[in-house]
Design a protein around this ligand. Structure first.
Ligand code: MIG
Length: 691
């Protein structure tokens, strides 16, 4: 059971919404000793815990470094930082939940929307220090013997994870730089002509009129509703981006209405805060204000009315190229520099001043929200902004489409947002290390409720290569969000930019083979508050070797994945906690299998081969393929299998749109005996065969 300890006056975040919570006083907080640092307004709470030598720390959702978070300093302070290097502390999200496993086993959720730092043995190898910046917060502590069970308990308390429509688990092609309808048509044509499956094409900021939210540039998309229809006829969903900042422009309805109704964030003097982002000068809608939020959410209807059924919310940390007031000061400072000789000190001073304009921390202290009837300075609730923007959309969708799931995901997030949408992992780079980081982030995200997630496959920034693209897809075929996305100015990375089209066709095709399993495992995980991707130790808690594995994951009930993530590697080392059956897959129809004993193995994998390991007495329903989710036939599936005595699997499926997940109706129990006999029970009529 969750125990709640309150420090000062916490700001309600609506992260924890269910469950009995025992409330304890600050003095009775277990595990941690509590101190204060700093003065007055800036006073911070400091929680300290002495770790055991072999304690492992899991969690923190979207962040850099490994599955075991020990040994580094992390920070929850949602930031638009497109260089996810090892020396960073924070990405776009604030996911303040972690589990400590070792000397003692407990879970911690620091429910604080302000800045929080987690020093997990960085300053002192044995010490864990959690520092919560100025203001109150709630601390939740969780106990238990089983890590997976503890996560379930936490997840139950924060509410059911967002479930996307089934098509959103198909393959999506994106690039910042598709300029117009013709560019998008080409993407679709290339995929269809080459029989490379595809379900969605993304529309990045270029589709808008001067980067204004809820507009479509008519020169680029002459008859947009007709274009949406043309795409739908080919089973392609268009997914436009929505940015947080609203352009300041006379005559622009969203801007004018927002000003008139007072829905934008204001400064101390009551005038609107002005920041700079893509459109130039913008105001930020006060997503925390209930009325403003409902208003912003309703705006999505401009696009849903034209047939759009999916969105990604960007720049909602919120990212700031500059704050207008600070920018003026900077220009003034630059004038001063003009008079100086630029030596070692002043040159670097100049550089820091200019580069420091973006996401300048002081800017976040100059505007306010109207939150739950009170005026709150932004920095006290900073980490809620992206969450509440996505909530704006999610709540609106329930009204716009009461019976149908829409696709929605965000860049910035906080725990609680997982009920309204998923997240993508932001601006990674086309680096091999980021392929591994993609894998390592998955279990932490699942712990925090984010099941619908994935990284920009192939890498966003920097130039990719064909082998990196293929290897990355070989992981991406398992992540619920499977999207190839890249930045303007980088090497193009649609499959048809490379030489070996058949490899891409086969690898992406495998995703559609696994789709019945992945979709079913996804919905089951969401409905039962479970994880879909787990560290090995969550399934094999007694196995000390498994606890140290940083590059393999359990993927749902039946399998383990171990992608190759090194350049030119002809295979990789894999650790098996028990005997497993290796499926080495080249396509939905070409694969070889081998039963491997528990222990360490070097397993070969050519560039066009995917490694999947089945657990004993487990099954995986595997579709025969299709060029999009709509075409995927689930009335007849094959079974990947490793049957020693008897295997049974509860396969969940539904129409892909319903919001009322009925487990009884949706589950088909498939049983396979060692002699090869397969039986089904449940409501589904299906032809299932072992392959
Ligand atoms: O700062 O809309 O993370 O996916 O392509 C760049 C342009 C703004 C950041 C997003 C990225 C998107 C890009 N955006």
């Amino acid at each position: 059971m969750l125990k709640k300890f309150t420090f000062g006056t916490p700001i309600e975040t609506e992260a924890v919404i269910f469950g009995e919570v025992i409330t304890g006083s600050q003095e009775s907080t277990p595990y941690f000793s509590i101190g204060l640092s700093g003065k007055d307004q800036e006073q911070a709470h400091v929680l300290t815990y002495r770790m055991g030598d072999h304690d492992i720390i899991y969690g923190l959702g979207e962040n850099i470094r490994g599955i075991n978070k020990r040994g580094w300093l992390y920070e929850s302070n949602c930031t638009d930082d497109p260089k996810h290097t090892e020396d960073k502390h924070s990405l776009y999200a604030a996911h303040n939940f972690f589990l400590v496993d070792g000397k003692q086993r407990f879970g911690v959720f620091v429910d604080a929307p302000q800045k929080v730092t987690f020093d997990f043995g960085y300053s002192d190898r044995e010490l864990m220090t959690v520092t919560v910046a100025h203001g109150g917060f709630a601390l939740y502590i969780l106990e238990g013997d089983n890590l997976r069970q503890m996560v379930k308990e936490f997840r139950h308390a924060i509410g059911r994870s967002y479930i996307p429509p089934k098509w959103a688990m198909g393959y999506g092609q994106s690039r910042w730089g598709y300029k117009n309808a013709e560019d998008i048509r080409r993407v679709v044509r290339e995929h269809r002509d080459n029989q490379v499956p595809l379900d969605s094409v993304y529309m990045d900021i270029d589709y808008m009129e001067r980067f204004k939210d809820f507009t479509v540039d008519e020169d680029k998309f002459p008859d947009f509703p007709q274009f949406v229809k043309e795409m739908q006829e080919q089973n392609i969903h268009l997914v436009p981006i929505i940015d947080a900042g609203v352009k300041i422009e006379e005559g622009y309805e969203v801007y004018e209405e927002g000003v008139e109704k007072g829905y934008f964030c204001k400064k101390e003097d009551g005038t609107e805060f002005v920041g700079g982002v893509w459109p130039g000068r913008v105001h930020f809608p006060d997503m925390l204000d209930e009325e403003a939020r409902a208003w912003f959410g309703r705006k999505y209807q401009f696009l849903t009315d034209q047939g759009i059924d999916g969105f990604w919310n960007d720049m909602n940390e919120p990212a700031l190229f500059y704050g207008e007031d600070h920018l003026k000061e900077v220009f003034h400072e630059l004038n001063e520099y003009q008079k100086k000789e630029l030596d070692i000190y002043s040159f670097f001073g100049l550089k820091a001043t200019v580069l420091g304009v973006a996401n300048y921390p002081e800017d976040y202290k100059t505007f306010y929200h109207n939150y739950r009837g009170e005026r709150v300075r932004h920095d006290s609730v900073h980490n809620l902004y992206g969450y509440y923007m996505t909530r704006a959309a999610g709540e609106a969708f329930d009204k716009i489409e009461p019976d149908k799931r829409l696709l929605l995901y965000s860049r910035a997030s906080y725990i609680g947002m997982h009920r309204y949408g998923g997240i993508w992992m932001g601006d990674n780079c086309s680096w091999w290390s980021h392929l591994l980081m993609n894998l390592q982030m998955l279990p932490g995200l699942n712990m925090c409720g984010f099941l619908y997630t994935g990284a920009d496959l192939g890498g966003f920034g920097a130039d990719t290569t064909e082998d990196l693209m293929l290897r990355w897809l070989e992981l991406g075929i398992f992540t619920p969000l499977m999207r190839n996305h890249s930045a303007a100015g980088t090497r193009q990375q649609e499959f048809y930019q490379f030489g070996h089209r058949e490899d891409f066709r086969n690898i992406i095709g495998l995703r559609y083979g696994f789709l019945p399993y992945l979709y079913g495992e996804f919905v089951k995980a969401a409905v039962t508050d479970d994880m879909m991707f787990l560290p090995l130790s969550f399934v094999y808690p007694e196995d000390e070797t498994a606890a140290g594995v940083e590059d393999q994951l359990m993927a749902g009930e039946s399998m383990m994945i171990a992608p190759v993530y090194k350049q030119n590697a002809a295979g990789r080392y894999v650790y098996l906690p028990e005997e497993m059956k290796l499926y080495r897959m080249r396509s939905t129809t070409s694969m070889d299998t081998e039963i491997l004993p528990a222990g360490h193995h070097y397993v070969k994998a050519e560039l066009n081969e995917v490694l999947v390991f089945l657990r004993p007495d487990h099954l995986v329903p595997f579709a025969k393929g299709g060029c999009n989710v709509e075409e995927l036939k689930t009335s007849s599936v094959n079974l990947l299998h490793f049957v020693r005595t008897k295997a049974s699997y509860d396969w969940y499926d539904d129409d892909g749109y319903t919001k009322n997940m009925d487990m009884e109706q949706g589950i088909t129990r498939i049983t396979a005996a060692s002699d090869g006999a397969v039986t089904l029970s449940g409501r589904k009529q299906c032809d299932c065969r072992l392959i």
